[in-house]
Design a protein around this ligand. Structure first.
Ligand SMILES: NC(=O)c1ccc[n+]([C@@H]2O[C@H](COP(=O)([O-])OP(=O)(O)OC[C@H]3O[C@@H](n4cnc5c(N)ncnc54)[C@H](O)[C@@H]3O)[C@@H](O)[C@H]2O)c1
Ligand SMILES: [Zn+2]
Length: 406
């Protein structure tokens, strides 16, 4: 299975991202190579859902590589990405006897990765951490780029630190157990990357999804086809003919997404507020103005983040067309691909005015004035500020789409 290595040159850091299928049991030697020689202890940060599936493999491999391993399992769910959990993680690090040369391994989705990275950034003013992402979203997005943090009462992701991992290990086989909705959510972030990267990545994403994307195929095709969460489930694995090519395509597609994000991050590690060009880190927020607003008005209980991004990408494309930035083809291409990622939850009677009001919260992230990432073409993002976008146009597009998606 091809393993892909990518080097991100950040401000003061460079690290490798290893991507492959069935490589989780190599985590020990890989960690030993990625970390400094005097790292003796590792705390695995995970949650019970993921640890039950993959924890023992990781623990065994790290132990065999000579590390003293302990674990901190946080509760599963976005609500636990909090200061309280981070504090508990810090206590666990301390109890494990961690010193400045020791390291944290984050094993899980974006919630675990963000929290583990933030705790590692704070402990003794910063110790090394490694990312072993197990959700698609974490593999292609949150594990790469060094943004870590927690949610607070005053907002999501407003408190955190830039702390680059010492390495990222992505084993696509772990996706075999990922719930369907989580996979769709990750695919929506993939569509976001394709939209701002260019036609080649969009085409490869389309090819991977095929005419109709079916998770059960992917499940059969990676791993041994048996979902360990439902071990009684038996799957006739031998029936799958093109197993290796589908897995290879997935490894390649994830690699391309990671490479794309890594390139943007390398050029603008801290998301400079001044930059307004099409390769600023801000463009990774394409589709996120509406996504954040939809999440906010539904009190973060209804959508998976990526699902909201799916709608956000389509809204940004439609708005770009209405502002005569791009033509109908862009909207059509993105609608086609979003249709194939799976089913998105219906919007029901979400109030357009509340959504417009919620747009304002994105200002906190970007220097006091709302900035929107729009498209001149697939692969040509532009950043506009609210003064360049007539409110009436935003209202009209929003109204039309909310009706369509109700
Ligand atoms: N740091 C960044 O740059 C960045 C970027 C994007 C998103 N994020 C953050 O990422 C988080 C979302 O991440 P997510 O979508 O991975 O959600 P998540 O971490 O909550 O994972 C989704 C669910 O899938 C489960 N899971 C994960 N891997 C699994 C597997 N292989 N098998 C079975 N179950 C599995 C998790 O336990 C969880 O229940 C948000 O908090 C978001 O703010 C951060
Ligand atoms: Zn996102």
């Amino acid at each position: 299975m091809p393993n892909v290595k990518i080097r991100i040159s950040g401000r003061d850091s460079a690290y490798k991202i290893k991507i492959g299928s069935g490589i989780l049991s190599d985590v020990g030697p890989w960690a030993a190579a990625a970390l400094k020689r005097d790292c003796g202890r590792i705390v695995i940060v995970s949650n019970p859902t993921v640890f039950q599936l993959y924890g023992e493999t990781v623990d065994r491999s790290l132990t065999a590589a000579g590390f003293t391993v302990s674990r901190f399992l946080m509760k599963d769910g976005e609500i636990h990405k909090s200061f309280k959990t981070a504090e508990a993680a810090l206590s666990a690090f301390s109890e494990a006897g961690m010193t400045r040369t020791d390291a944290v391994v984050a094993l899980g989705g974006g919630v675990v990765g963000d929290l583990a990275g933030f705790a590692a950034a704070m402990f003794l003013r910063g110790i090394a951490f490694l990312q072993v992402p197990t959700s698609l979203l974490a593999m292609i997005d949150s594990s790469v780029g060094g943004k870590t943090g927690v949610n607070t009462a005053f907002g999501k992701n407003l408190v955190g630190a830039f702390h680059q991992p010492a390495g990222v290990l992505i084993d696509v086989e772990t996706l075999a157990t990922l719930p369907r909705r989580e996979l769709t959510a990750g695919l929506c972030e993939m569509v976001k990357h394709a939209a701002i990267s260019g036609r080649p990545l969009l085409e490869r994403t389309n090819n991977f999804l095929g005419p109709e994307f079916d998770i059960s195929n992917l499940r059969y095709q990676i791993g041994d086809g048996v979902n360990p969460l439902k071990s009684k489930e038996k799957v006739k694995f031998s029936k799958i003919k093109d197993q290796s090519s589908k897995v290879k395509n997935l490894v390649d597609l994830i690699s391309e997404n990671v490479a794309f994000k890594a390139k943007i991050v390398a050029g603008d590690e801290r998301e400079s507020s001044k930059r307004m060009d099409g390769r600023s880190r801000k463009v990774l927020n394409f589709g996120h103005t509406l996504a954040h607003a939809l999440e906010k008005v539904t009190e973060y209980k209804y959508f998976k983040h990526g699902e909201a991004v799916g709608y956000g990408v389509l809204f940004a494309a439609e708005l770009s067309k209405s502002l005569a930035l791009c033509d109908e083809n862009v909207v059509k291409s993105l609608n086609d691909v979003v249709q194939r990622v799976g089913i998105l939850p219906v919007l029901g009677n979400i109030d357009g005015n509340e959504v417009l009001e919620a747009f304002k919260f994105d200002k906190k992230h970007i220097s006091g004035s709302l900035q929107m990432i729009l498209l001149k073409a697939i692969g040509k993002p532009v950043i506009l500020t609210e003064k360049d976008i007539p409110r009436a146009t935003v209202q009209k597009v929003l109204k039309k789409l909310l009706q369509k998606w109700a």
